[in-house]
Design a protein around this ligand. Structure first.
Ligand code: ZN
Length: 313
């Protein structure tokens, strides 16, 4: 197993658990079973999340190398206990994951590495790969969910360090940085949505109202996930506002106050001026807005709330 796949797998597992616990988004088809002391996750479900995590990176930063190619040298520091599997290309790993015969082997290899993630002690097996499912201790699941933002960030940081080391082309580093550290690239807003929103806001920051300016670091326009990405994990236009760099970085993973939320809700209610002007057709808008409102309140139970800008221009 290449070193990058461990943290990548772990981050995808956190996504999976969060989705399950937050949204009940995974239909009960037996892919995830919660028992008194353990949580059992099927390989197809874990694999789907793992693949989607890897493919999102590939889609955003196509030139990135995910693993050393056969016979090439690689940086020893990032390759703890290397085996022949380290020399698979991402395509080979995807293919082997897609075709059942090796899928459990790839994940089961993680079994050998008890220390699947540095935050856990060596003797603590966070998960066990059984013949038919991944089994996790419910206490470990609780710990992971309580600290999910921290663990995800750490996992992403490890992926970032590894991948930028592996991809010697230094032009890629800023792209990887955007992807992993700023979170912009993981699931970007559509270009149409971005252009429309910035114009709708008359090129002003949604939060503090100052005029956005590409040439000024503090005032640089940033596409902002109103409900932070760490919670919402999607980039729909109803959750997009433009903010100045200052507000965007200051807000970070916090949730804006209810009164700021109400401002955005006014923009977002179906049949508003905003939607009448928007050039693309959006299906099931009512449902989407309802879900977005629910997400805001769900997020307020998980994230730090009450964020507002330092000053209003
Ligand atoms: Zn601002």
């Amino acid at each position: 197993m290449s070193a990058v796949y461990l943290p990548a797998f772990f981050v995808s597992l956190i996504d999976l658990l969060e989705d399950y616990y937050k949204f009940d988004a995974i239909p009960d088809t037996g892919h995830i079973q919660v028992h008194k002391t353990t949580v059992k996750i099927s390989y197809p479900l874990a694999t789907a999340y793992f693949l989607s995590f890897l493919l999102r990176i590939r889609k955003q930063v196509p030139a990135v190398k995910m693993a050393p190619s056969k016979g090439r040298s690689h940086d020893e520091r990032f390759m703890g206990d290397a085996s022949i599997d380290d020399l698979l290309t991402p395509e080979q790993i995807f293919t082997s994951l897609l075709f059942e015969q090796r899928s459990s082997k790839v994940i089961q290899d993680m079994r050998k590495t008890q220390n699947i993630y540095p935050v856990f002690e060596k003797r603590c097996a966070v998960l066990q790969c059984n013949s038919d499912c991944i089994e996790m201790d419910i206490a470990a699941v609780d710990t992971i969910l309580t600290n999910s933002i921290l663990y995800s960030k750490m996992g992403e940081l490890i992926c970032f360090q590894y991948l930028s080391k592996l991809s010697s082309n230094s032009d890629l580093t800023p792209q990887l940085e955007d992807y992993f550290l700023r979170g912009d690239g993981r699931n970007p807003f559509s270009q149409t949505a971005k252009e429309f929103v910035i114009e709708y806001q008359e090129n002003r920051c949604f939060y503090c109202g100052q005029v956005l300016d590409n040439k000024n670091t503090d005032k640089k326009p940033r596409a902002d996930h109103f409900i932070p990405w760490v919670f919402i994990k999607s980039s729909n236009i109803e959750n997009l506002v433009y903010a100045c760099n200052n507000c965007n970085s200051n807000k970070s993973n916090r949730l804006p106050t209810t009164s700021i939320f109400n401002n955005l809700l006014q923009r977002n209610v179906p049949k508003s001026k905003f939607w009448r002007k928007y050039p693309e057709e959006i299906t099931k808008l009512d449902e989407r807005i309802d879900r977005w409102i629910r997400n805001y309140y769900q997020a307020s139970e998980q994230l730090s709330t009450g964020w507002k800008p330092d000053f209003i221009a």
